[in-house]
Design a protein around this ligand. Structure first.
Ligand SMILES: Nc1ncnc2c1ncn2[C@@H]1O[C@H](COP(=O)(O)OP(=O)(O)O)[C@@H](O)[C@H]1O
Ligand SMILES: CC(C)(COP(=O)(O)O)[C@@H](O)C(=O)NCCC(=O)O
Ligand SMILES: [K+]
Length: 259
C-alpha cells in the first residue's frame, strides 16, 4: 500500500490527512512544526510518531501535498524534498479570484466531490468563511469574519477589563443570552452573533438554492453545530459536518498524479 500525506496549513495549526492511492485513511490536526522536525521527518518518517495504521509502510520521504494560506509556513515546508504545493490553478472551479485562499477553494471542491453542487461551505477556522459554488462548479463568492477564538482574543487584547474566556464550559448548554456577569456576556455575545451569522447566510443560500447542500468544517465546527442544533434543529440537520472536507477533493484535482 503506497502512502502519501496531505497537509493543509491554516492560520492556527496544521491539518493532516493520510491517503492510500485515492483513499483517505484518516485525518488529524497538529501544532506547527519546526524546521528541524520537518528535516527529521523527511529523513525518518517513522520518527514523527504519526498515527498511521501500522500495516502501512512509510518510505522516506513520504510524498506530501501542501495547501497553505500562511506564507511563512509555506517557506518552511519548501525544504521538504517530496512536496507539491497546491495552487488555485489545480482546483477545477470557475471564476476564482486571484487572492482567494487555497483552503477555501479546496474545501469548496471537497464539498462538491462529496455532496455535489450547488453547495455552500462554512469553515469555522481562525477566520470563519462562507464560500459557495453553483451547479456548474462556478465560485459564487462568500464572506470572511473573525472566528470564535479570534473574537475572544480580540476582546481580551484590545480592552482593559475583558478577560480571555473559555467559550463554552458545557457544550450541551447555550449560555443565557441576557448575561449578568462579564464572562457570560462575552460568551453570549460571540456565540449568539456567530449563530445568527451562520443562520443568516444559510437562509440566504437556501432562498437562492432551495435544494443546495450546506457543509460545515473547521476547528469550531463541532461546537457550532452542537449549539445550532439546540437553537435551530431543522437547519442543523441540513448541515453536513465534515472535519476532513478540505481533503475530500484532492485526488480529483486537475492533473493529479499522486505527487
Ligand atoms: N488545539 C487547538 N488549537 C487552535 N485552535 C483550536 C484548537 N482546538 C480547537 N480550536 C478551535 O479551532 C479554531 C481554529 O480552527 P482551525 O480549523 O484549526 O483553524 P485554521 O485552519 O485556521 O488553522 C479556533 O477558533 C479554536 O476555537
Ligand atoms: C480567509 C482565510 C484567512 C481563512 O484562513 P483560516 O481561517 O482557514 O486559517 C484564508 O482563506 C485567506 O487568507 N484567504 C485569502 C482571502 C480570500 O479568500 O478572499
Ligand atoms: K481552515
Amino acid at each position: 500500500m503506497s502512502l502519501w500525506l496531505a497537509l493543509a496549513i491554516g492560520n492556527s495549526r496544521l491539518h493532516w490527512a493520510a491517503f492510500s492511492d485515492s483513499r483517505l485513511l484518516h485525518n488529524w490536526d497538529s501544532d506547527y512544526w519546526t524546521a528541524a522536525a520537518i528535516a527529521q521527518f523527511a529523513a525518518d518518517p517513522a520518527s514523527a510518531g504519526l498515527s498511521i495504521a501500522s500495516e502501512v509502510s512509510l518510505q522516506a520521504p513520504v510524498p506530501l501535498a501542501i495547501a497553505s494560506v500562511v506564507p511563512a509556513q509555506t517557506d518552511l515546508w519548501q525544504q521538504y524534498p517530496a512536496q507539491q504545493i497546491l495552487t488555485l490553478a489545480d482546483v477545477p472551479l470557475a471564476k476564482m479570484y486571484p487572492t482567494l485562499g487555497i483552503d477555501r477553494a479546496l474545501t469548496l471542491w471537497g464539498a462538491i466531490c462529496s455532496l455535489g453542487a450547488p453547495v455552500l461551505v462554512i469553515d469555522a477556522g481562525t477566520a470563519l468563511t462562507f464560500t459557495a459554488a453553483d451547479r456548474a462548479n462556478t465560485l459564487l463568492g462568500g464572506a470572511i469574519l473573525p472566528g470564535l477564538r479570534l473574537q475572544q482574543q480580540a476582546l481580551a487584547q484590545d480592552t482593559a477589563a475583558l478577560p480571555l474566556v473559555a467559550l463554552q464550559p458545557d457544550l450541551n448548554l447555550l449560555p443565557p443570552r441576557w448575561a449578568t456577569d462579564t464572562p457570560t456576556a462575552i460568551r453570549s455575545g460571540i456565540l449568539y452573533t456567530l449563530l445568527a451569522s451562520l443562520q443568516d447566510f444559510a437562509c440566504d443560500w437556501l432562498l437562492q438554492e432551495p435544494e443546495g447542500a450546506i457543509a460545515l468544517t473547521g476547528g469550531d465546527s463541532a461546537l457550532l453545530h452542537q449549539a445550532l442544533s439546540q437553537q435551530n434543529p431543522a437547519l442543523a440537520a441540513r448541515i453536513h459536518r465534515d472535519p476532513a472536507l478540505i481533503f475530500r477533493g484532492i485526488p480529483a484535482l486537475r492533473n493529479w498524479s499522486l505527487i
